[in-house]
Design a protein around this ligand. Structure first.
Ligand SMILES: Cc1ncc(COP(=O)(O)O)c(C=O)c1O
Length: 469
């Protein structure tokens, strides 16, 4: 059986770039294969979509681009040029933001921080999104008196949310407020923050409700917070065909049960639990099923009725209370704004009858953590023939587990050596969380692609200047 196709959603600009096969091959010749390509104009379009939702809701806001999603210089420069803020989670990201032109008043430092990062944040004059009571204490020690550092308290422990290792538990917030009151000459509470890695609006609404209560309590303590920071977590859309995704998932599960041809390699069950003739649980690739764009998720959140506030919409409650909404989108900013291109080395048959398409790439260059990407790579091969097949894409490391797809993928024909293979939508975390230097392979180069007058120009990521747009 030929597996069902799970086609990738592509931004029209990226799709246009890929139609120029010679241009793609030229980029590979010039910068090497595999190659990461980032598209700043798609980043700008994603930002515009989020801004449009916030403006339509009349919500005062600040968007802090979560730098951790991609180390690209192009993206951070584009964010700076667009006038938004940046969320940095390490001393190196802070340096990168400063180098891109951000000043401290547009930088927020998030994540767990040691003394060195706290010191660097103070020097830069950035807002510190405090993860724990030790940080708050240390900041009070390090901050010079008379020039109070702006802090957000990151809160966790919301009812109905999974336990988190980040943030200050709701039960400890009073201790934090007492500390803020004691050190008001050094620490100024801007507001409360959270980050939930969930698609569930109800969970965020619940967290917002708790934070609004904290804001009231802070006022009772004589503090004057004005910010509610809802972190990141807005989803991406990977698939162009939700029905294709479902059909694949169905075929995969049938294969796991032995009621259809096996789509999986070896004993891999992708997080499913197979028992008593049934497939239980959820798959590791569930995020690839999402069909709701980030802007729609944000609009849904702003319109959600807030319990305890007469059912008024969340956005209205924020506006009525003169609060500023801060967001830290990472994935949503780079959705569709990056691809990774590799090349076919050769095609072979394995002993179990599987067809392996070997690439000059390893799995962890395009796959975040232990997830399986349930989106088909795109082969830019000979278009003339059609002879569909099911193949596994294999990586270049001498490790059994370096199968780029642990599942059979439909290709329209068997590729040939040298054919470019495109992994769509890799800009969010996939590109940079890799340990791909094994076997002395160099880290793939990153380049920026710009469309001007219907022509594409490619330059090294570090050389990109937003004025070029
Ligand atoms: C505190 C914080 N803010 C923002 C983000 C960005 O999240 P996303 O890429 O899901 O938008 C993260 C991601 O880990 C985070 O930890």
């Amino acid at each position: 059986m030929i597996p069902p196709a799970v086609p990738a959603a592509l931004h029209p600009l990226v799709a246009a770039f890929l139609t120029d096969r010679d241009g793609v091959r030229a980029a590979l010749r010039r910068y090497g294969s595999p190659l990461h390509l980032v598209f700043p104009q798609v980043f700008t379009a994603n930002l515009a979509a989020l801004r449009a939702v916030l403006d339509a809701g009349g919500v005062r806001h600040r968007i802090c681009y979560a730098h951790k999603v991609n180390r690209s210089v192009t993206f951070v420069r584009t964010a700076e040029q667009a006038g938004i803020s940046v969320d940095v989670a390490s001393a190196q990201e802070l340096r990168s933001a400063l180098d891109a032109g951000f000043r401290g008043d547009r930088i927020e430092v998030t994540g767990p921080k040691g003394a060195a990062v706290l010191g660097a944040a103070l020097t830069a004059g950035a807002t510190v999104n405090v993860d724990n009571l030790w940080e708050l204490d240390t900041l009070a020690e390090l901050a010079p008196p008379g020039r109070a550092v702006q802090v957000l308290l990151r809160v966790s422990g919301f009812l109905g949310s999974s336990p988190s290792r980040f943030g200050i538990d709701l039960a400890d917030i009073t201790t934090a407020m007492d500390l803020l009151v004691r050190h008001r000459d050094r620490l100024r509470l801007s507001g409360f923050a959270f980050h939930l890695d969930t698609a569930a609006t109800t969970e965020r609404v619940n967290a917002v409700g708790d934070c609004l209560e904290l804001i009231e309590r802070a006022y009772e303590h004589g503090l004057a917070p004005t910010v509610l920071d809802i972190g990141g977590g807005l989803r991406q859309v990977f698939t162009a065909d939700a029905a294709g995704y479902d059909a694949y998932d169905h075929a995969l599960r049938a294969g796991l049960l032995g009621r259809g041809p096996a789509m999986h390699w070896g004993n891999n069950t992708f997080g499913y639990h197979v028992a008593e003739g049934m497939v239980h649980g959820g798959p590791v690739f569930h995020k690839y099923a999402n069909t709701e764009p980030a802007a729609a998720i944000l609009a849904e959140l702003l319109a959600a009725p807030l319990p305890g506030h007469g059912g008024r919409a969340l956005g209205t409650v924020l506006t009525d209370n003169l609060l500023e909404l801060w967001l830290e989108p990472g994935k949503a900013m780079v959705d569709h704004a990056g691809i990774t291109v590799a090349q076919v080395e050769f095609v072979k048959q394995a002993g179990n009858g599987a067809t392996l398409v070997h690439l000059d790439l390893s799995r962890d260059t395009v796959t975040a953590a232990d997830q399986e990407v349930l989106i088909d790579p795109i082969v830019l091969g000979d278009n003339a023939r059609s002879d569909p097949a099911g193949v596994y894409f294999a990586g270049r490391l001498c490790l059994e587990r370096d199968l780029i797809t642990q599942r059979q993928v439909r290709v329209e024909r068997l590729p040939s050596p040298g054919d470019p293979v495109v992994f769509a939508n890799t800009a969010a975390y996939h590109m940079d969380l890799s340990a791909a230097q094994a076997s002395m392979h160099p880290v793939p180069m990153k380049v920026a692609v710009l469309q001007r007058d219907n022509q594409f120009a490619v330059c090294p990521d570090a050389d990109y200047r937003p004025g070029d747009q």
